[in-house]
Design a protein around this ligand. Structure first.
Ligand code: ZN
Length: 133
C-alpha cells in the first residue's frame, strides 16, 4: 500500500492529538484486511505514541509530567530554544506500529494513537504505511 501523509495542525506548544480515526480511515481506504500499519513522524520536536483515550486527564498528566521533568528552560546549549521539545521527541519516539486484523486497528479497548506536539503550534505530518499479509 502506498505511503500516505496526514496533515496535522497543532494549536498549542504542547499537545497530544488523537489520530486514531484518520489512521482507521486510511486502513479502510487502502482496503487492508490483515497486516500492520507503521506510523512515522518526520519531525525532531514531535512524536507518536499509544495511550488511553477514555479519560482526557491521562494525556493531560503525560504532558504535565514531561513538562515537570523536562522544563522548557534548563541551561540547554541548542540556540533554537526548543531543546526540551527535542528531548521529549526522543523519549516518546518517532514511530509506532499497530496490527490490523479484519480491517480494524487492533488496539486495546482504552487505547488511542496520539500525535505528540512538543513545539507548536505548527502544521505537521504523520507518515503512514500499511503492509498487508
Ligand atoms: Zn531545535
Amino acid at each position: 500500500m502506498k505511503l500516505e501523509q496526514l496533515e496535522i495542525k497543532s494549536r498549542r506548544r504542547e499537545e497530544l492529538i488523537d489520530v486514531t480515526g484518520p489512521v482507521q480511515k486510511y486502513i479502510e481506504k487502502a482496503g487492508i484486511r490483515d497486516g500492520i500499519v507503521i506510523l512515522y513522524v518526520p519531525h525532531t520536536t514531535a512524536a507518536v505514541t499509544i495511550n488511553e483515550n477514555a479519560d482526557p486527564d491521562v494525556t493531560r498528566d503525560i504532558l504535565y509530567k514531561l513538562q515537570k521533568e523536562i522544563p522548557q528552560q534548563d541551561g540547554y546549549h541548542h540556540g533554537e530554544g526548543n531543546s526540551d521539545a527535542h528531548v521529549k521527541s526522543s523519549i516518546i519516539g518517532a514511530s509506532t506500529q499497530v496490527i490490523v486484523a479484519d480491517g480494524r486497528l487492533l488496539l486495546g479497548t482504552w487505547q488511542g494513537i496520539y500525535f505528540c506536539e512538543f513545539d507548536g503550534p505548527r502544521t505537521r505530518r504523520l507518515q503512514i504505511k500499511a503492509i498487508s499479509d
